[in-house]
Design a protein around this ligand. Structure first.
Ligand code: ASP
Length: 337
């Protein structure tokens, strides 16, 4: 499976061609994403907020699940790369008239689309599309079921590297609903690949997947123990839309035991930063005093997200182009012979 993710995501000479999962990607690619993003961060501050890297390319946003931040930052990222962007409103599209997903994708492909940014409630949907539906279109996963949210994880890595200078020696605590979180899964793969010292998951037993230790994390069910001396604390939203109500007593009970408050954060490293992928639920997983306080870097995550998405899009388009050129050269060589 790991090999499958590697071949699906990388060209023969190791460049990014799809971005579906952190799993299967080497440290060098993750670092290239972070470094490329760094070169894009100031584009948003310029008078003319774009660069021509995706000029003439068509990016289609296919969001089968609701999203605010991810959808709009992908759109901005594509526009800042000078691409033409098409947002398909799934609720109003012909899939609601019974057209199959495959048929819709093939039609979009026939319109000479170069990239699909896909969010879907089913784990594995972007993988399936890349493998079976439209192999000539670059697929970027914008969150699939409980499985993965790789651009979120990379913008989180960017934020951590920005504030902490790197990953070596860092203790990172991920707090809350780990069980339903595609964000947590992608963060764990990324933190491991980039070499964080210790990754902790913290939450009630019912919201922690069994055998998650095999991913190289330490499990804590007591909040203060889990965030003690941590350099980075990532709060997660309770994913109620994916939850069987039996799993959770009540939001106020959750806040009593796992909500991040200034008082509780006293046990963390004095310079610890607090992150959250959004949307935040104030008074459930995080108190307003923390969300709006000096440790929180939540809005910076959003800003960095545009640069990271620009990096992923431009790298996968570059990989695709290199692949096409290599195929063309091979064809020409065969012709000459
Ligand atoms: N925005 C993130 C996601 O789509 C986190 C969340 O929804 O809680 O997974």
């Amino acid at each position: 499976m790991n090999d499958d993710y590697a071949t699906l995501q990388l060209t023969e000479d190791g460049q990014l061609r799809n971005f579906i999962s952190i799993r299967g990607l080497p440290k060098s690619i993750l670092e290239q994403i972070l470094d490329t993003a760094a070169s894009f961060v100031d584009v948003g501050g310029r008078d003319i907020k774009n660069v021509p890297l995706l000029r003439g390319k068509t990016v289609v946003n296919l969001f089968f699940e609701p999203s605010t931040r991810t959808r709009s930052t992908f759109e901005l990222a594509a526009k800042r790369l000078s691409a033409d962007v098409l947002n398909i409103d799934i609720a109003r599209s012909a899939t609601s008239k019974g057209e199959s997903l495959m048929d819709m994708l093939r039609n979009l492909e026939a319109m000479a689309s170069d990239m699909f940014v896909v969010r879907h409630a089913d784990s594995g949907a972007p993988h399936y599309i890349a493998r079976h539906a439209t192999p000539n279109v670059a697929i970027i996963n914008a969150g699939d079921g409980r499985h993965a949210h790789p651009t979120q994880a990379m913008l989180d890595m960017y934020t951590i590297r920005h504030y902490k200078g790197g990953f070596e020696g860092l203790t990172v605590a991920i707090v809350g609903d780990i069980l339903h979180s595609r964000v947590a899964r992608s963060q764990i793969y990324a933190l491991r690949t980039l070499g964080a010292k210790e990754i902790r998951v913290v939450g009630p037993k019912t919201l922690i997947p069994t055998a998650i230790e095999s991913m190289g994390v330490n499990v804590f069910t007591h909040l203060e123990e889990g965030i003690k001396d941590a350099d980075v604390i990532i709060a997660l939203r309770l994913q109620k839309e994916r939850m069987d109500s039996a799993l959770l007593p009540s939001e106020s009970e959750f806040f009593d035991q796992y909500g991040l408050t200034n008082e509780r954060l006293k046990v963390a490293h004095p310079e610890a930063i607090v992150m959250h992928p959004g949307p935040i639920n104030r008074g459930v997983e995080i108190a307003s005093e923390v969300a709006d306080g000096p440790r929180a870097v939540i809005l910076h995550q959003v800003t960095f997200g545009i640069a990271v998405r620009m990096a992923v899009m431009s790298m996968s388009m570059g990989g695709r182009e290199a692949e096409r050129n290599a195929a063309r050269r091979q064809q020409e060589a065969q012709h000459v012979r």
